[in-house]
Ligand binder design. Structure first.
Ligand code: DON
Length: 610
């Protein structure tokens, strides 16, 4: 991605403007209860945003280091959940907002359990749950975890640590209270020291945005691809950030800004818009509640101007994810069909329906897609759900789609999900759940074209077009030979060379010289192109009575596609130079009228599809 693109992106220009405007906002004061924090320059202001695609936008003092302070609590809460699991952590720390200041002794009267992990008491209890490993004491594990979030090695500001440790008597008292209530299973001094160290880890606004982006990206660092937090705990961390992350301003914050966030007395605010981006703002001037004044303002404006509020309803319905629906009476697979077969498909093709879906499939959209499909089920026997443009599914949409699959199988109909190779969780779920219908199963076909061909073959098979064996043909079935007499056909046979080609063999390659054409007597060949990365795109499939390589008879241009035998194939190769002149003319005439009909049919199709 060309880095210059970001400079001119609307997002970069927007945060540049916000930064400019907020330099005039000078309310609040630098924290002073930890003496070392007073050394911060109150005019510092840095804003950064990192998207789940790993795009980084930043402005101002976004690379200025400062201590993370309480923002560290969100990360250590996630680590404690990974170490101890939900039940044990919940037995030690609650999830209820205290509505009080960050350093309030908000403990439940009977258990002494801190109300939530975002206030100091809860954070100290949480830090006390982080385990040491044989090769990594707790502090090393905390630093390594922070490094997975930020994508770089982290270090502690020893002077700030020392300063807080020398003055952190209230936190020490809280730790002793917690120890007294049996909340800590290590000594209060050991745990509070660990807490002071985690609060003194040096970060930048860019780091905060990266941390937020990891949480927005289901726990994965969007730049390094490293898992910073197990996906199952992301929603837990975001939940306590939403309800408690801004302390006794959490209500006003979620009301006005609408993003899970966490602030720190070092002047940082880390906010998250799940599925979209992480935001980091740094400005040391704090309001009375200990939140960065400019930080709050920057987040408020971004949320308002871009409608980023979490509860800003974005409808997720079939209308948003249903890209296209069509049946196969008009739009058939790329397999070339003879006239009898085309007639069957024109008459019966409506029983095959293709639904092209797109975007993120969520409960709402999957549910309404399901309703739409079931409402049409009486008229359809074969359904293909093309997932090529679906970028993701969530647990709910996976359950809805797999239930839909079972229901359709129970109704004796066939459903295929195609182009789903990137939807691992969906495929795993479907493969894990006992599909009760006949083979091929719902995930059998990689692409819609082959799935539709299979459905067409069922309709053609049912129709038994001619009652005669169409698996073998002779030259008289060839459209190029339509105007020829028996003798002329014999002359042509004599001029050609018959081949028995094994299934899987390549007959010719794109780029080869074109000196002949091939009439298929039996078997099947596929005409395809290489779309890179080993992907093949089928252009068409041909069977008995069909010809390939004939277009070069007109212009002798090199082959434009590859042709391979799908099954053992018997065909007649006819070199252009061996065709008697009179027959060549007849062939060219037949070809011209064939393509004229095809153009007419395609034009009608485009008009109908438009
Ligand atoms: O424990 C303390 O007081 C500090 N280390 C962290 C407090 C903090 O960041 C509160 N946030 N607004």
């Amino acid at each position: 991605m060309d880095k210059r693109a970001f400079q001119f992106s609307p997002v970069q220009r927007y945060i540049d403007r916000i930064h400019e405007e907020l330099l005039d906002l000078n309310d609040g004061a630098v924290a002073d209860y930890i003496p070392e924090l007073t050394r911060a320059d109150p005019s510092w202001l840095g804003i950064a945003m990192v998207t789940v695609d790993g795009h980084v936008y930043q402005v101002g003092d976004s690379r200025q280091s400062f201590t993370i302070q309480s923002i560290s609590k969100a990360i250590t809460y996630g680590l404690a959940l990974e170490d101890r699991g939900l039940d044990q952590v919940l037995s030690k720390v609650g999830v209820e907002p205290s509505g009080e200041a960050f350093n309030s002794i908000s403990l439940e009267p009977d258990t002494g359990r801190p109300m939530n992990p975002m206030i100091n008491a809860g954070a100290i209890a949480t830090t006390g749950l982080i385990e040491g490993k044989p090769d990594a004491p707790p502090m090393q594990r905390i630093l390594e975890t922070f490094g997975r979030y930020t994508g770089r090695p982290m270090e502690i500001d020893e002077t700030v640590y020392r300063s807080e440790s020398d003055t952190g008597h209230r936190n020490r008292a809280i730790a002793h209270l917690l120890f007294g209530h049996g909340i800590l299973d290590r000594t209060p001094e050991e745990v509070v020291d660990l807490y002071f160290r985690q609060c003194s880890i040096l970060v930048t606004a860019r780091d905060l945005a990266m941390i937020g982006a990891c949480l927005a990206n289901n726990g994965v660092n969007p730049v390094t691809g490293v898992v910073a937090l197990q996906a199952r705990y992301v929603e837990k961390v975001l939940s306590v950030m939403s309800t408690c992350g801004m302390y006794d301003f959490s209500g006003g914050w979620i009301y006005n800004v609408g993003m899970p966030a966490k602030s720190g007395v070092g002047g940082g605010i880390m906010a998250v818009l799940p599925g979209q981006f992480g935001l980091g703002v740094f400005s040391p001037r704090l309001d009375a509640k200990g939140n960065s004044v400019r930080g709050i303002e920057a987040c408020k404006r971004l949320s308002k101007d871009f409608s980023l509020h979490l509860f800003h309803v974005a409808r997720s319905t079939s209308a948003t994810v249903m890209r296209q629906v069509y049946d196969c009476a008009k739009r058939t697979s790329r397999r070339r069909r003879n006239a009898a077969e085309l007639a069957v498909l024109a008459a019966q093709g409506h029983r095959i329906r293709v639904y092209e879906l797109q975007g993120e499939l969520l409960f709402g959209s999957a549910e309404s897609v399901g309703v739409e499909i079931l409402s049409e089920l009486a008229r359809v026997d074969y359904l293909v759900l093309d997932l090529k443009r679906v970028i993701g599914t969530d647990q709910a949409s996976i359950l809805v789609l797999s239930e839909l699959c079972m229901r359709i199988a129970d109704a004796g109909k066939r459903l295929f999900f195609t182009d789903s190779k990137n939807l691992y969780r969906f495929r795993k779920h479907l493969q894990g759940n006992a599909y009760r219908g006949p083979e091929p199963g719902p995930l059998h076909f990689d692409d819609t074209d082959h799935a539709v061909e299979w459905c067409e073959n069922q309709l053609i098979g049912e129709a038994d077009t001619t009652g005669v064996d169409t698996s073998v043909a002779d030259l008289s079935h060839q459209y190029l030979c339509a105007a020829m007499t028996g003798d002329e056909l014999e002359a042509l046979r004599q001029a050609g060379r018959e081949h028995e080609i094994k299934a899987g063999s390549r007959i010719f390659n794109a780029g080869d010289c074109a000196e002949s054409m091939f009439f298929i007597f039996s078997g099947e060949v596929e005409v395809w192109i290489d779309t890179g990365a080993g992907h093949h795109l089928r252009l068409t499939s041909l069977g008995p009575g069909m010809v390939f390589g004939e277009v070069a008879l007109v212009n002798r241009k090199r082959r434009t596609a590859n042709v391979s035998a799908v099954t053992d194939t018997r065909c007649l190769e006819l070199r252009f130079d061996d065709i008697p002149e009179a027959l060549r003319v007849k062939m060219l005439m037949s070809m011209a009228s064939h393509f004229a009909n095809k153009i007419e049919r395609d034009t009608q199709l485009i008009q109908q599809l438009a």
